[in-house]
Ligand binder design. Structure first.
Ligand SMILES: [Zn+2]
Length: 206
């Protein structure tokens, strides 16, 4: 797929970044994300992904009052995320309006299936957490790690976590490593390494 002139203008900032480039931007537009979740972290991730060119399709989970702000208004509370995103994302980016099959980005707790990338948005009650897996990353290590986490934070930290999750998802779409990992978000902009829980097979292989 070749970029149209208006797309080159829309994504010029990303294309100029060495890590994305024209090829990378085409990969983002051809990819897609299924979003599970309807809180500030999930909706912010959807907005950033759509803004960057990745089509996003929402789930049936209904918007909570805490989701109001970034993309959703007070009237959207109680509506399914899929319906709200289908309405507002074309305004963020018309290219991201037609959802493709693709990876998964979800607020924990969530079920995991389908193709990579997988990005989990969670927390430990104080901090936010992002756990991610590319195509080569171990499914079981990912699962054991996300099982230890709770739902993502609300408020400003949730918004920052969603932005970080979208960035991680885009990097995996672009084939930029690592293929498996996690990060704590202690405060907006304060990112720390999250140690993975290894599955029995990977522990043996060490
Ligand atoms: Zn493993």
């Amino acid at each position: 797929m070749a970029l149209r002139e208006e797309q080159i203008l829309r994504y010029s900032r990303q294309i100029l970044l060495r890590d994305v480039g024209g090829r990378g931007q085409e990969a983002l537009l051809e990819g897609g994300a299924r979003l599970e979740g309807s809180g500030p972290a999930g909706l912010t991730a959807a907005a950033y992904l759509a803004g960057g060119g990745t089509p996003v399709v929402g789930s049936e989970s209904r918007l909570a009052p805490a989701a109001v702000g970034f993309l959703a208004s007070a009237e959207d509370v109680g509506r399914p995320a899929s319906e709200v995103l289908a309405r507002v994302l074309p305004d963020v980016n018309p290219d991201a309006a037609a959802p493709h099959a693709g990876g998964r980005i979800a607020e924990l707790p969530a079920a995991w299936n389908g193709e990579a990338p997988w990005v989990a948005l969670g927390g430990d009650g104080t901090r936010g957490a992002v756990v991610f897996r590319g195509r080569q990353g171990c499914v079981w290590c990912f699962g054991e790690t996300v099982r230890t986490l709770q739902a993502p934070p609300m408020g400003v930290l949730g918004v920052a976590l969603g932005a970080l999750g979208a960035l991680v998802f885009q990097r995996l779409q672009l084939g930029m490593g690592p293929e498996l990992g996690g990060r704590w978000l202690a405060a907006p902009g304060q990112v720390l390494e999250l140690e993975l829980h290894r599955c029995a097979k990977c522990r043996e292989a060490k």
